[in-house]
Design a protein around this ligand. Structure first.
Ligand code: NAG
Length: 268
């Protein structure tokens, strides 16, 4: 547009120049024949008609560059840019905290068999040491002294002996009487803790003749190891006078049972 305006200015200047020259041609047009001395002052002729259009002038020089145009409208946002280059490796971070406790693991396989243990101290024999002496129809009518005996071998010095009698006894006196049946060991009564005995006493009714089932049983402590003779005896209760008529093991089976028991002494 600036170039077009420049052309318009140049064209107008050329047209004015041509018109001026034409005007001069009018003023130099042919007038009336020379007269005499004319009037004091020559009058000016009328202005002629406009001349034709002049020849188109030469192309003018290129005009100076136009000024900057108005700022355009903001364009639409472009496409997102591509990924940037991979950054440098960062410094190592601090160590993390402890993790949560894990679940309980499966049970492990059985361990190997351990080595043999040390040899223990010798133990007390667990062998049962018991003996029974039995009699049929003893019918022993002794009123005092030994009735029967049973030999036994005590193995351990720390064991105790259990003495048992099972059989019938009877006393049938004409006067008041108290008979005592008791065990002896090698002829002596047990003293640890006490003798092992039992009684049968009446007021002297000789018509009463009862053979009664009798059990005498007890433990005797503090006896040495070795052979021992266990005997059942009969006699008068201490403080009572001699009396009759005793019977032991009448028409039945009688027994002495001796058993060695491995328990600590002093449990009396
Ligand atoms: C019994 O007598 C035998 C032989 O003398 C003896 O070895 C043993 O120690 C005695 N036992 C008791 C309990 O007195």
């Amino acid at each position: 547009m600036a170039l077009y305006c420049w052309f318009a200015v140049v064209g107008l200047a050329v047209a004015m120049f041509v018109q001026t020259n034409h005007g001069q041609d009018v003023r130099t047009g042919q007038g009336p024949p020379p007269g005499g001395e004319g009037r004091l002052r020559e009058t000016e002729g009328e202005q002629g008609p406009p001349g034709g259009e002049g020849v188109k002038g030469d192309r003018g020089d290129q005009g100076p560059p136009g000024g900057d145009g108005a700022k355009g409208v903001r364009g639409e946002q472009g496409q997102p840019g591509g990924d940037g280059a991979k950054g440098d490796r960062g410094d190592q971070g601090p160590s993390g905290g402890d993790g949560a406790k894990g679940d309980r693991g499966d049970q492990g396989p059985p361990g190997e068999k351990g080595s043999a243990g040390e040899t223990g101290s010798p133990g007390v024999s667990a062998r049962v040491n018991i003996k029974q002496c039995a009699w049929k129809d003893l019918n022993n009518g002794a009123d005092s002294g030994k009735i029967v005996e049973c030999a036994f071998n005590k193995v351990a010095p720390t064991s105790v002996l259990r003495l048992t009698w099972s059989g019938s006894t009877r006393v049938r006196p004409t006067t008041a009487c108290c008979k005592r049946w008791f065990f002896t060991l090698n002829g002596s009564e047990c003293n640890s803790p006490f003798p092992i005995d039992s009684l049968m006493c009446t007021n002297g009714a000789s018509s009463v003749n009862i053979h009664r089932a009798t059990t005498i049983d007890g433990l005797c402590y503090n006896l040495p190891a070795g052979p021992v003779t266990v005997a059942l005896n009969v006699g008068n209760r201490e403080g009572w006078t001699e009396c009759a008529d005793a019977n032991t093991g009448w028409n039945s089976y009688s027994r002495i049972i001796v058993e060695e028991v491995n328990i600590p002494t002093g449990n009396d």
